[in-house]
Design a protein around this ligand. Structure first.
Ligand code: NAP
Length: 483
């Protein structure tokens, strides 16, 4: 194994979309070491192959993120070299015939990247979020001491399988790693025709949705079988589903359709998750379900024009002067539901102060939905979300501000599954998804980046500048699109 800052990139073409036989042929043709061929889908034991001279060892490239804890631990190997902003591409090799029993080898073709992934990275070791870095192990035990893997939502193809019910060639979507090849253990539980689960017994049960690997062929409600359809899906599916069920929770639980003068206030209004959320609220407003609801967005100066151009918010104010916004004044009977996607403590303190003034209405709910203000260098150990702490201090002796509630999709989904039939849940979700997919390309340009070095450089760029709201990043550790 070599940890590659010195990148060693061989010439590859992707294999997604190939037939299983072609794919296996392709993998073998990019290999180096002669080994016996193992058709692992039907047996755990390597088969003696007539093609015994064919290489079955392939190069793998994995984007690895420095662990903040390694930065602090001067005893850790390479501690001095660890720069929290600089991602490393690890170059390893993998024998595709040496997959342990009940595992799958996934060829990861591509994955989406947005602030959501930067949140995973910044909180990679944060105990409150139960360690995002624990979903995928770094490619070598040595590297695992100093680096973690940022989880990514992506598409791939099963390159080989030692689990009886998963077949090579299946197109899959899931919570993968930024790599070319990923070996995952398949759980004996939670397997169904639509998905199988990754075996991760060290996680609490509520993380189950993150372990599911969706079988695209069995997911007609959400799978769009074109390169562009897949790209928009990777970028939006995790954000849209969160927004969908959060909107379902808020509009169903907080009397949005009753009484007058209710405003939903969203911070980081340009973020994709926020846009999905407001899109869904606007659908209900248009159909007359929420006759007295309006929506106000808070954003940065640089994203003001974009946020206004969406045409989804009734009013948009910037962080530096939102207190002066017309809707923020003089309506003491107005109720506000605050949906915080920014997680910016100083903005939240100012909001609390503003809503402590007489005559400006009352915030009845504070939902903590995201933390776009976290950057990769935010220390996982020291970060605390003051504004979402239930014991946040009173402002000016008055506390009209409710304790923040964190939205966690799996919890709410469990409630809804008890209230509605599973097919009802899926139907509602899929109808909205289809509408969103037809509309979202108006607002976002896809930007595709191929190859380990280019992906690493693009990461460095967005770690500095942030992924803008107008761009949908599609990254691949392969050097070109899958044929
Ligand atoms: N609770 C959940 O289960 C859940 C699920 C999905 C997503 N989320 C969270 O929602 C948040 C949004 O994710 P996303 O992928 O939708 O975001 P995105 O589209 O990539 O968001 C980009 C926006 O983030 C804001 N931003 C604030 N500080 C920034 C900085 N330093 N650099 C760049 N952008 C900055 C900007 O919006 P403004 O200028 O408008 O502030 C920018 O337009 C993330 O924190 C994510 O983890 C939570």
């Amino acid at each position: 194994m070599t940890v590659c800052d010195r990148l060693k990139i061989a010439y590859y073409k992707g294999g997604g979309g190939m037939s299983p036989r072609l794919l296996q042929k392709y993998i073998m043709s990019t290999s180096r070491r002669p080994l016996a061929l193992h058709n692992s889908a039907s047996s755990n034991k390597p088969r003696t192959s007539p093609m015994a001279e064919i290489n079955t060892v392939v190069d793998n490239f994995t984007l690895c993120s420095p662990r903040p804890s390694a930065h602090l631990d001067t005893q850790a190997p390479n501690a001095a070299e660890v720069d929290p902003l600089s991602l490393t591409v690890a170059h390893t090799t993998l024998d595709i015939t040496d997959i342990p029993e009940n595992h799958v080898l996934i060829k990861v073709d591509k994955f989406g990247f947005s602030t959501n992934n930067i949140t995973y990275q910044a909180l990679g070791e944060h105990p409150h979020f139960r360690s995002y870095f624990d979903f995928h192990a770094a490619p070598t035990p040595d590297l695992a001491k100093t680096h973690g893997i940022i989880p990514v939502w992506g598409f791939g193809t099963i390159a080989s399988s030692t689990h009886s019910s998963v077949q090579a060639g299946e197109r899959v979507y899931g919570y993968f790693a930024p790599t070319r090849y990923l070996v995952l253990p398949v759980s004996a539980l939670d397997e169904n025709g639509c998905a199988f689960s990754v075996h991760r017994p060290h996680f609490p049960r509520d993380r189950q949705p993150y372990h599911q690997v969706i079988r695209c062929a069995a997911d007609p409600g959400m799978y769009a079988p074109t390169p562009e359809g897949e790209d928009f899906t990777m970028i939006y599916r995790p954000l849209f589903l969160t927004a969908f069920w959060c909107e379902d929770w808020i509009t169903g639980s907080y009397g949005c359709n009753k009484g007058k003068n209710l405003t939903v206030l969203v911070a980081s209004a340009s973020a994709k998750t926020a846009v999905c959320f407001i899109y869904l609220i606007q659908r209900r407003i248009k159909t007359g379900e929420l006759p007295h609801v309006s929506v106000v967005g808070l954003t940065s100066k640089k994203n003001l024009a974009f946020t206004n151009s969406l045409g989804l918010y009734n009013d948009v104010y910037t962080y530096d002067s939102f207190e002066l916004g017309g809707k923020m004044q003089n309506e003491k009977d107005r109720r506000w539901i605050y949906v915080d996607v920014a997680g910016n403590d100083s903005i939240n303190t100012r909001l609390r102060t503003h809503f402590s003034s007489p005559g400006v209405g009352q915030v009845i709910k504070h939902i903590a939905l995201g933390v776009t203000n976290l950057v990769p260098s935010t220390s996982a150990q020291s970060w605390s979300h003051i504004a979402s702490a239930p014991d946040a201090p009173e402002v000016d002796g008055r506390s009209p501000w409710p304790a923040a509630e964190l939205f966690f999709l799996p919890e709410w989904l469990q409630v809804r599954q008890r209230q509605m039939s599973m097919s009802g849940v899926m139907e509602r979700q899929n109808v909205s998804w289809e509408e969103w997919m037809a509309d979202c390309s108006r607002w976002v340009q896809l930007e595709r980046v191929y190859g380990p070095g280019n992906v690493r450089d693009d990461y460095a760029r967005i770690a500095k500048e942030g992924p803008g709201p107008t761009v949908g990043l599609v990254w691949s550790m392969w050097d070109g699109p899958s044929p």
